[in-house]
Design a protein around this ligand. Structure first.
Ligand SMILES: NC(=O)c1ccc[n+]([C@@H]2O[C@H](COP(=O)([O-])OP(=O)(O)OC[C@H]3O[C@@H](n4cnc5c(N)ncnc54)[C@H](OP(=O)(O)O)[C@@H]3O)[C@@H](O)[C@H]2O)c1
Length: 368
């Protein structure tokens, strides 16, 4: 089994490489790829002969045949706008896993379902923390209810973590950008980092979080047919409020245009504020028999890049043991949450579950 990790020396990719390279069940070959051959080789050299590094640029379609030779599984850890590389993998019967948080890209990959089926390949999307763990938790709680009326997801990111440039750039791009959120029976246009919602996070308490275009809400709506929404905040209340203020006043995007997205991404990496913790809270609202209930599961720990990498590596290993049907899938459609959540617990992440009975006359929102 040979796995190619594109972006394999980035913040998330490095953890995936480490988890797969040191996997106790046997040494499978791992190829670490990115545009910088020296960085790829430096990371590969830490692990032994079964791990190698190569230079590869996703934009260079001419190199796909060379890079994909003798590869069984590909994991991509950088955002793409085109699906040429996904198609190249699936056409060769190579299984594909992507950790992006972009629903726009997911919708394009979903169109390749026939290509995957025709070539006996699988593509697994929504892999990581959010999307990823959030999808699995929402599905698991939805399965415990007879009907589900709404899914609410909160994500809190610690600003003290050394985010990879790709992740920072993606997050900064979403602030102030309009997107459609699924509501019961219709969709509504909202701006990234607007519409505050109070959410209870383990370790951080109650925070105001803001609508954000993470893919999980869209994918859960498409696959479970339930309205879902995701809100984001940072561990620093001051930075969260400042970003909201800029977005609300319509000043954020002009500021980004003036500074430049690359420069802003660099500036953010020098911020010395906040810690390296993260938390996610997933609430599922519905009926269990004739009782109205809100089921909640929260996860917290340190370093969202690391937990994303651990989840992605666990998905990679799980797809070798579980027969995933050919085609394009989101993680919660084909993998059981239990074993993945067990790995998180073993790695020191904390999961907390709670359940609240709601009188049908009470408002749907958990928090006042
Ligand atoms: N699902 C989730 O919960 C979740 C969580 C965190 C992050 N993410 C997503 O994961 C991705 C990676 O995040 P990260 O923090 O690991 O970012 P990162 O540290 O910047 O890593 C990106 C990697 O991709 C490589 N790369 C960039 N452009 C490339 C290209 N054209 N061809 C080949 N390789 C290229 C980079 O190396 P070079 O620049 O040297 O080529 C680097 O190794 C982001 O897209 C982020 O949105 C998802």
């Amino acid at each position: 089994m040979t796995t190619l990790i594109v972006g394999g020396y980035g913040s998330v990719g490095h953890t995936i490489a480490e988890e797969l390279a040191t996997e106790p069940d046997g040494a499978n070959a791992v190829i670490i790829a990115g545009r910088d051959e020296t960085k790829a080789n430096d990371v590969a050299s830490k692990f032994g002969d079964h791990v190698s590094g190569i230079a590869f640029d996703l934009q260079e379609t001419d190199s796909y045949a060379r890079v994909l030779e003798d590869v069984d599984q590909v994991m991509v850890c950088v955002d793409q706008s085109r699906t040429a590389f996904v198609e190249a993998c699936l056409e060769r019967g190579i299984d594909y896993i992507d950790i992006t948080a972009s629903d726009e890209f997911f919708r394009k990959v979903e169109q390749l379902d026939d290509v995957a089926r025709d070539n006996s390949a699988t593509a697994i999307l929504s892999v990581g923390l959010a999307p990823g763990v959030t999808n699995l938790l929402a599905k698991r709680m939805a399965d415990q209810l007879s009907t589900v009326s709404e899914i609410r997801i909160g994500v809190l990111l610690g600003l003290g973590e050394a985010f990879g440039p790709a992740a920072s750039r993606w997050t900064l791009e979403q602030i102030g950008r309009e997107f459609a959120v699924p509501r019961a029976g219709h969709s509504e246009s909202v701006r990234g980092f607007s519409t505050p919602e109070p959410i209870e996070f383990p370790r951080y308490g109650r925070r105001r979080a803001y609508s954000f275009d993470f893919a999980d809400q869209h994918v859960l709506h498409r696959t479970l047919d339930v309205p879902a929404r995701t809100h984001l905040c940072f561990d620093s209340r001051a930075v969260t409020s400042a970003v909201y203020g800029l977005s609300r006043a319509g000043l954020y995007r002009p500021a980004v245009e003036a500074i430049g997205l690359n420069r802003l991404t660099e500036l953010v990496s020098t911020l010395s504020v906040g810690g390296d913790g993260f938390a996610v809270t997933v609430e599922v609202d519905g009926q269990q028999h004739s009782t109205a209930k809100i089921l909640t599961t929260a996860v917290d720990g340190r370093e969202q890049s690391r937990v994303t990498g651990i989840v992605a590596a666990t998905v990679s290993l799980a797809t070798r043991d579980t027969r995933v049907p050919d085609g394009v899938h989101h993680v919660h459609e084909v993998l059981e949450p239990g074993p993945i959540l067990d790995v998180l617990r073993e790695q020191g992440y904390r999961l907390t579950n709670s359940e609240q009975v709601r009188k049908t006359s009470e408002p749907v929102t958990l928090l006042p």
